[in-house]
Design a protein around this ligand. Sequence first.
Ligand code: UDP
Ligand code: MN
Length: 258
Amino acid sequence: SLPTIFVITPTYARLVQKAELTRLSQTFLHVPQLHWIVVEDSPQKTPLVTDLLMKSGLTYTHLHMLTAKDRKLKEGDPSWLKPRGVEQRNEGLRWLRQDREAQLGGDSQQGVVYFADDDNTYSLQLFEEMRSTQLVSVWPVGLVGGMKYERPVVEGGKVVRFHVGWRPSRPFPMDMAGFAVSLKLVLANPEACFDGEAPMGLLESSFLKGLVTMEELEPKADDCTKVLVWHTRTEKPKMKREDALQAQGLGSDPAVEV
Ligand code: UDP
Ligand code: MN
């Protein structure tokens, strides 16, 4: 049977959340043997996400983990100041380890773990590429880091360096969307997690170092020559007219879920 792809997605309430999760869930519907682990950044599970998941047709697990207040970006803070989605990804890992250890049977450790932010754009081909991951597989990410793309550079089938816009000497100068890890490796390293205190640009490295070396990385997507995932970011919708109408008591009906 196909190895299951466990996709861990942090998500938080904002005007575009339902649109993001709708697009993502409908991509995942096209991927066989996918288990979606959705971790809300909220004090409890919200009705919007609960309902969306229930109607999604996907195999899923719904979790929540509120980001500590001092770790959260404030309105107007530059986005590089603090990493986002850290505690949610770690909660997803915690659930996965606990759930898999509780399963008996030969297939329960077969699988792949991928961290998919809710606003990126994913090609279906990406999931076929990552399904054969033995330790850690890698590929290019489009529209990221102030570059058209970032990617591992492959020579003789091995990753020898990284084409990135900034600090290529980092242990693993890769975006979250640019790698997947085998479930076996995640289970064999129960302490591996994301360090929210890691200096800027080192969040991915904080998880990957200790798991693999650069030499062991498995290049996918035609030796990392194809872009199959894009670090897209959704513009925050302007509510100027909504706010103006609201002030006159003519705002949109709050009972209509957007
Ligand atoms: N996220 C979250 N809580 C937050 C901000 C972001 O859970 O307060 C999630 C978000 O939904 C996404 C991931 O963390 O899945 C990365 O956030 P974002 O896309 O804003 O980061 P960027 O694209 O700027 O790196
Ligand atoms: Mn994003």
